[in-house]
Design a protein around this ligand. Structure first.
Ligand SMILES: C[S@@+](CC[C@H](N)C(=O)[O-])C[C@H]1O[C@@H](n2cnc3c(N)ncnc32)[C@H](O)[C@@H]1O
Length: 779
């Protein structure tokens, strides 16, 4: 039902969304909030960088359409202002591939380029591809995306000015992409791409024209449907739905008109109709036009003012641009661009905010099978997925945990930022998805990563004391509807209770796994590819309430909208402004949410134990779900559990059992059914032990209860030594018993007897939790 084209929509001025730059407009500077660390300087005649004048100077080269430049194809002036001058050359697709031009002049602005020894690469694939020199770059914020591994790459001594761009002689020797003349840099990329881009734009335009024509003809045929007949009441006649397809053009017109009225209600509304009536009518039309369930349409609509909501729904009809992330462990963006352009790929830098992303416009070759791909020089990754890692900003030599890591887009990005030093524990609950994770790690030359397969709820018992933790949480995927339109109809109210419940648990586990005393870190980043408040601000607020030892800090990301401090009747902590929301209509990236916490003190052992008890109880369900393909998608959730209020220390708390009991039960039943057990028919002790009511009366699932009999799960072997070895001071307090809990039947959930320790403690901790809540409650 969702239309592909929208003739009535206000014409976009500028390139189609696919062609638009992603993220921040070109005028933005580099990450302002971040200290930039520079890398090695050039050894042989550094390539000087000349900043382009004007706004967006040095931004990605623009490619203005050459022909048929109607409004739809006007260049995105904001993002591409700096490159207007280069356009003339595009008119001559004789494509004199410039001999001495840097195609990615933008890279020069921001990256430090080291001189690298040409014979330093181990990977034979890389050699085969003719990349006889690999250089790194200082790419994001305060992170350098170079491989500093001395075995692989020889780094030249540093010494350049921060703003200077340096490059190796090797690049100059490549001729085509010489940096000698930076002023030609943008032209070079433009020229190199222009044939493809022009052709693509012309084709797009022709396609749109043809589609428009067809739609007009359709509309002419359908004018038998009067506008009034589109009212739902009248759509049904004699209990039968009209057989006529809804007139999309009429619907669109009516949507636009209703939005116009709602945007200036006082002046424009019909006194006979209330605002609520207008809104209801609009939502019905939105459902009919875009194909959403009424429930989700309303949920998403309520996030924005009417006009913006419409832009959001529209943006979900258009795919985001395809983006690849350069793997700076293997190559340099400029080299990669060069290689791909030579293969007939039309591309340009993703935007000023990233120095590793390349936006793909067109490709003659499958991008998942090029020699460069197979050599691990890049990964196909949505631009928005760069953001959580940029916010986390892992440093070299740190210990980092990626809690929900498969298929590894963010793990491999982190490894590049850390230049393959330190250690990343890359965890995912799904064994199947972990295979892809392992594949990417190998392909991309990542050497500092240990892959594990736990439910992340089991951290920090498995191990703790990390310098940084990324929780890219399983979510509903309301930010990626353009990719997965099934989200429009397959989400129910239940999902927005069950998923947040799991997300809250995971976030507490993430916080408890971080070493607050880390000299370099002590940070947690929470992200989702969803835009709902339930999965974002509400989860973050929950963590603030339950863990007074964290506070929100700036993500350091230079674009994105502030998180909500207020949403409908809900009020969040004022620091929620530090979180960032991303929308397809605003930034041409997938919908996303990023929050960054700094941990300021240890989590009391009791709080961690209480948290752990619930996780242990549901571990079996989690394991079952983890390998259930039907459930595991990029935004699939695995497992949900319960917890008892617990933990030592005022202000710390576990779960609000009553609040969550219903969802937990449902989730447990679901897990049972997946295992082929009818939860109703089999009222076994095991099932009963998992139900919220009985569990509460039990032993709390602490270390003690965990040792009670039964065969150890495979987790035991992994968990015990690891926990002993690496637990941090605050994790240490709980490491041993907790590790046991992982290994024990309690961890397997159904097999363990209910934990003791219940009510008295629960009450006490509940009170403590309230104290924390009171402290944190937003004004
Ligand atoms: C949004 S995806 C992660 C994407 C990944 N960070 C990346 O960049 O490639 C969410 C992941 O969470 C995993 N997951 C779901 N429930 C989990 C749990 N309880 N513990 C650990 N991982 C879980 C899913 O298997 C899925 O791979």
């Amino acid at each position: 039902m969702a239309p592909n084209r929208d003739r009535d929509a206000p014409k976009r001025h500028g390139p189609s969304r696919r062609m638009q730059h992603q993220g921040v407009p070109g005028t933005a500077d580099d990450h302002s909030g971040s200290k930039k660390r520079k890398l090695a300087a050039p050894t042989n005649g550094a390539i000087k960088k000349q900043k382009k004048g004007g706004a967006g100077g040095g931004n990605a080269p623009a490619v203005k359409p050459v022909a048929n430049g109607g409004p739809k194809h006007a260049a995105n002036s904001a993002g591409k202002a700096s490159t207007k001058g280069s356009f003339k050359t595009q008119q001559k697709p004789a494509v004199k591939l410039p001999k001495k031009v840097d195609p990615l002049a933008d890279d020069d602005d921001d990256e430090d380029v080291s001189d690298l020894s040409g014979d330093a690469i181990e990977d034979p694939d890389v050699m085969e591809n003719g990349l006889d020199g690999i250089e790194g770059a200082d790419l994001d914020m305060d992170n350098d995306e170079f491989d500093s591994d001395a075995d692989d790459f020889a780094m030249a001594p540093s010494g350049s000015d921060d703003d200077d761009v340096v490059d190796s002689d090797q690049e100059v020797q490549k001729g085509v992409w010489s940096e000698d003349d930076d002023s030609d840099g943008e032209e070079a990329l433009t020229a190199a791409n222009i044939v493809g881009l022009s052709q693509k734009l012309n084709e797009e335009y022709a396609e749109e024209e043809a589609a428009g024509e067809a739609e007009l003809q359709d509309a002419a045929l359908q004018t038998n449907i009067a506008a009034a007949e589109l009212d739902d009441d009248e759509e049904e006649e004699g209990g039968k739905k009209s057989m006529l397809a809804p007139d999309l053009q009429l619907l669109r017109t009516r949507i636009t008109e209703t939005v116009r009225v709602l945007s200036n209600f006082k002046e424009l509304h019909d006194p006979a109709r209330s605002r609520a009536e207008y809104t209801q009518a609009l939502l019905k039309d939105i459902c009919a036009y875009y194909g959403y369930s009424p429930f989700l349409a309303e949920k998403l609509y309520s996030l924005f003012p009417p006009q913006e909501a419409l832009a959001f729904f529209d943006a979900n009809e258009t795919p985001r641009p395809m983006v690849i992330r350069t793997n700076t462990l293997r190559t340099h963006r400029r080299d990669l661009a060069h290689a791909l352009i030579n293969r007939g790929v039309t591309l340009e830098p993703v935007g000023k905010w990233s120095k590793v992303g390349l936006q793909i416009f067109e490709s003659q070759v499958p991008l998942g099978a090029t020699p460069e791909y197979l050599a691990g020089q890049y990964i196909l990754q949505a631009a928005s997925s760069f953001l959580p890692v940029m916010a986390l900003a892992p440093q070299e030599h740190e210990r980092v945990l990626d809690m929900a890591a498969a298929p590894g887009g963010k793990t491999t990005h982190m490894a590049a930022l850390m230049r393959n030093t330190g250690c990343i524990f890359s965890n995912d609950a799904s064994k199947d998805r972990s295979k892809g994770l392992i594949g990417n790690i190998h392909r991309m030359g990542v050497k500092n990563t240990i892959v594990c397969n736990y439910s992340a709820l089991e951290f920090p018992k498995v191990m703790g004391g990390f310098d940084r933790v990324l929780l890219d949480a399983p979510c509903s995927g309301t930010g990626v509807i353009a990719k997965d339109a099934s989200v429009k109809t397959n989400k129910a109210p239940d999902d927005f209770l069950r998923l947040p419940h799991l997300q809250k648990q995971l976030l507490l586990a993430a916080i408890d796994s971080v070493d607050h005393a880390s000299k370099t870190g002590g940070y947690v980043v929470y992200s989702t590819c969803s835009v709902t408040v339930e999965e974002n601000e509400q989860v973050v607020q929950y963590a603030l309430n339950k863990r007074p030892n964290v506070r929100l800090v700036s993500t350091g990301l230079i674009f994105g909208k502030e998180g909500f401090v207020k949403y409908q009747s809900k009020r969040f902590h004022p620091s929620m402004k530090e979180t960032r929301r991303y929308y397809p209509h605003a930034f041409n990236v997938d919908g996303f949410f990023v929050a960054k916490f700094k941990k300021t003190g240890a989590t009391p052992a009791g709080a961690v134990r209480a948290q752990g008890s619930a996780e242990a109880k549901t571990a079996d369900g989690i394991a079952a779900a983890a390998d259930d393909e039907s459930e595991v998608g990029d935004h699939a959730e695995i497992g949900a559990g319960e917890d008892e209020e617990g933990g030592e220390g005022a202000g710390f708390g576990g779960w609000d059992d009553n609040e969550d009991a219903e969802y937990i039960e449902r989730s447990l039943h679901k897990a049972m059914r997946r295992k082929g057990i009818d939860p109703k028919a089999t009222k076994s002790a095991a099932v009963r032990s998992l139900t919220p009511g009985t569990a509460k009366a039990g032993n709390g699932g602490t270390g003690e209860s965990a040792t009670n009999g039964g065969a150890a799960s495979p987790a035991k072997e992994v968990a015990s030594p690891a926990a002993k070895e690496v637990a941090s001071p605050d994790a240490k307090a709980v490491a041993s018993p907790a590790a046991k809990a992982v290994a024990s039947p309690a961890a397997k959930g159904v097999a363990s007897p209910p934990a003791a320790n219940g009510n008295g403690k629960g009450k006490k901790e509940g009170k403590a939790g309230k104290t924390g809540k009171a402290k944190r409650k937003a004004g």
